[in-house]
Design a protein around this ligand. Structure first.
Ligand SMILES: C[S@@+](CC[C@H](N)C(=O)[O-])C[C@H]1O[C@@H](n2cnc3c(N)ncnc32)[C@H](O)[C@@H]1O
Length: 342
């Protein structure tokens, strides 16, 4: 049930509540968090190189699985997990993580990062800071554009559409208040509002058994860049099709930071669109703003997607498209073995 908006003494609706945190502090928290997930990405990809080469699942290995296989390194990971916040030595190591080659140091660093993200309020603070960024006084949430596009496409409440919002930070975002989508199912890894937002890893959400568990629209705003490895991003994208209805009028809204496309060695807007086309999505709207890129895709596949015959092999590996100093390594890899979990 949605919480009711407060009214002033004169009966006017009171502006939505945003956490009391200064924008400058919010920016600092967001920058720190982005640094942590970027370094975690670097470390994870370095550690994967240490896994036996004939292990086909190597790329997909999670941190937990990694330590099950590499028990001796768990100790270093735990040292990092138990270290104090802003440890000067580890902070120094963090800055040059890409040049660290000792697996022990990498694991210690990984523990240090994971503790701050998972246990030290890192994710919670980041979400709070992101909510400040979503405040309408500061540009509003990204679903404002989604709603504008839906109206352009004549989607309205008479169509009885429902939506799944991944990485939801607020039940008061435009997607929930516009009235076009009802219900809006909201999930997040770490919900600060468990009444309105289900705490769930989308990758663990049970696959729908019938259309009543599927959606007319999935919103995935600034979530893909949050997912730690290229292959996990690919797995997330592959999962979407299971959750979308098969009636030609289903949509996927994606938002990513612009540098993921405009400044990556492995990804461009063209490549991302080709990948999505292969998976049965057609771009109906696109906008590149100053810092983020927005897409609305129509999901056109009505028959079951066959992973082997759609030209998908082009996207099962990282391909270097450019290489200049200052570029980032953002990539998406579609797993070559598709298990349904993906
Ligand atoms: C940068 S925030 C984006 C929030 C909001 N959607 C926006 O556009 O500002 C990314 C959110 O995605 C969530 N997230 C990342 N991976 C997820 C997953 N596998 N399942 C559910 N939520 C996930 C994180 O917990 C985080 O709150």
């Amino acid at each position: 049930m949605l919480s009711r908006r407060k009214k002033s003494i004169t009966g006017k609706l009171v502006a939505k509540q945003v956490p009391k945190i200064k924008p400058s502090k919010a920016r600092r928290i967001i920058r720190r968090f982005h640094l942590l997930i970027q370094k975690r990405r670097v470390i994870c990809s370095k550690l994967q190189c240490l896994i036996v080469e004939d292990d086909e699942e190597a790329n997909a290995i999670s941190i937990e699985k990694f330590f099950k296989k590499n028990k001796s390194l768990r100790q270093s990971y735990m040292v990092g997990k138990n270290s104090t916040r802003l440890d000067p030595n580890l902070e120094e190591l963090l800055v040059r993580a890409q040049n660290v080659n000792s697996s022990r140091q990498l694991c210690e660093l990984l523990g240090y990062i994971c503790r701050e993200i998972d246990e030290d309020g890192g994710l919670k603070n980041y979400q709070m800071a992101s909510t400040v960024g979503q405040d309408s006084n500061r540009g509003g949430d990204s679903s404002k554009l989604l709603v504008k596009w839906c109206k352009e496409l004549s989607l309205d409440k008479t169509m009885g559409m429902n939506a799944l919002e991944l990485g939801s930070l607020s039940a008061k975002n435009n997607i929930s208040t516009c009235g076009i989508f009802n219900p809006v199912v909201r999930v997040d890894l770490n919900s600060n509002d468990t009444v309105n937002i289900e705490k769930q890893d989308f990758m663990e959400r049970p696959l729908p058994e019938n259309e009543s568990e599927q959606f007319d629209l999935i919103s995935c705003s600034l979530v893909l860049n949050f997912v730690p490895t290229p292959i996990q991003r690919g797995q997330m994208i592959l999962r979407f099709q299971h959750f979308l209805k098969r009636n030609q009028k289903t949509y996927l809204f994606i938002v990513m930071p612009l540098p993921c496309l405009a400044n990556s060695r492995y990804m461009t807007k063209e490549r991302f669109n080709e990948m999505m086309n292969c998976l049965g999505y057609r771009e109906v709207r696109y906008k590149a703003a100053k810092k983020v890129a927005y897409w609305l895709f129509n999901f056109e596949k009505s028959d079951d997607f066959n992973h082997t015959n759609t030209g998908m092999s082009r996207f099962t590996k990282k391909v270097k498209l450019a290489d200049k100093p200052g570029m980032n390594n953002f990539a998406i890899i579609i797993p070559s073995k598709y298990s349904g979990y993906g």
